[in-house]
Structures are given as structure tokens and as C-alpha cells.
Design a binder for this molecule. Sequence first.
Ligand SMILES: [Zn+2]
Ligand SMILES: [Zn+2]
Length: 242
Amino acid sequence: MDNFTLNIAFAGLAALGTLAGGAIILAWPKAHPTFLQYFIALGAGFMLAAVFLEIVPESQKETINALSFVLGGYLLTHFMEHVVSQHFHFGEETHTEVMIGSTASITALLGLGVHALFDGASIGAGFAINSALGFLIFMAIVLHKIPEGFTIASIMVAAGRTRTVAFGAASLVGLITLLGAILAFTTSAAAPQVLSASAGVLIYVAATDLIPEINVNRQVMIPLTVLLGVLLFYFTRSLVPG
Ligand SMILES: [Zn+2]
Ligand SMILES: [Zn+2]
């Protein structure tokens, strides 16, 4: 299979993860918060390992300015979530009082849309460079796509919108992911810069969005699950040829 097809297939799978997350929270609104936290912890650990052990080193091989783009990606994500989105955090949205009758759900969707564009772009830039890198980035992305889906769907529910709109919002975020992957692959001349910037986005997502979300749970199993995510990265990488 050529890298373009692999890119579409894996980015499509990541997009389906967001849809699945939306479907889970709509079908099972009383999902146990601890279950969701373990899921987020595993994804955060894997993502941190993928960024520091694979994506940043690969970016530095591809472009001399890699770390400037890493920093730029981090700052862009902070700007989108802090300035553009009035209220955004990963995990289930329970602050109905913030969401009802305000534009907070729309700006959260906008912020998460930009974020999903980078999720997809990092997969696309990875496959534009080589398929092993593309696959490892896909793994790092897909693990947080289910929490991402239930984040956006629950934001819409908290804002008083219908279940159809909530699932539609999760589908839109999934679709934007696929779009980002196609865009990054077809502009492969910029792949080193896109890859570097998405490393910064992923550092923000893992360390600033996901980790604080699970830190409210003081049980020792939470950091151990993050560590398990890191070990899962090492294991996955050992299986990938090249
Ligand atoms: Zn909230
Ligand atoms: Zn994401």
C-alpha cells in the first residue's frame, strides 16, 4: 500500500475514534469518570513518549528550525484554547451554567477544530516522511481521539443542544482530522515544519490539557497508567520496522 492510502486509512481511523467517543458519551451518559480518566492517562503517556522520543528527534533531522516550530505549535494551541475558546477542558463537560445560552460551545468547537486539524496534519506529515513515523504518530493521536469525541459531544449536551447536534459536532471534529491529514500529505514540501509544529501542539495537549484533567484524581494508579502509556509506546515502536 502506498503512503497516501495509508495516510487516508489511518487518519480515517483516528477520525472514527472521535465519532466513537461522541457515541459513547451519548449512549452511556453516566460513564464512570474514573474509567474515562484512565483512558486519558494512557493516551497522555503514549503521546508524551511519542513526542519526545520520536517526533521531535525526527523533526530535527528534517529541519534545522524544528524547535522554533515546536514552540510555535505550543503557543498557537495556548492562544486558541485561552483566547478564542472561552471555556475548554478535556473530559466530560459538566459546567452547564457556563454553556447554556452562551457562545462558549461554539468557540470550544472552533478551538477543538483547529486542534483536530493539527492532529490530522501530524499524521499526514508523518506519512509524507515515512510510513513507520506516520504509524507511530497515528497511535499517539488515536488514543486521545475517544476522549476528544466525548469532550465535544458533552459540551454540546451541556449547552442544551440536541443529541444529533452533539454527534454532528463530534463528526465534524473527526472530519477536520481527516482533512488535516490530506492537506499535510499533499503539501509534503512543508512536512518538516508541520511535523515540528504538531509536536508543540501535542506537548500542549498531553501536558497542559490531558495531565491536569487526570490530576484531580489523587490515586497512584493514575501516574502508573501514564507510565503504562509510555511503556506501550516503547513496545509499539519495537514492533514497527525501520
Ligand atoms: Zn467545563
Ligand atoms: Zn485531538
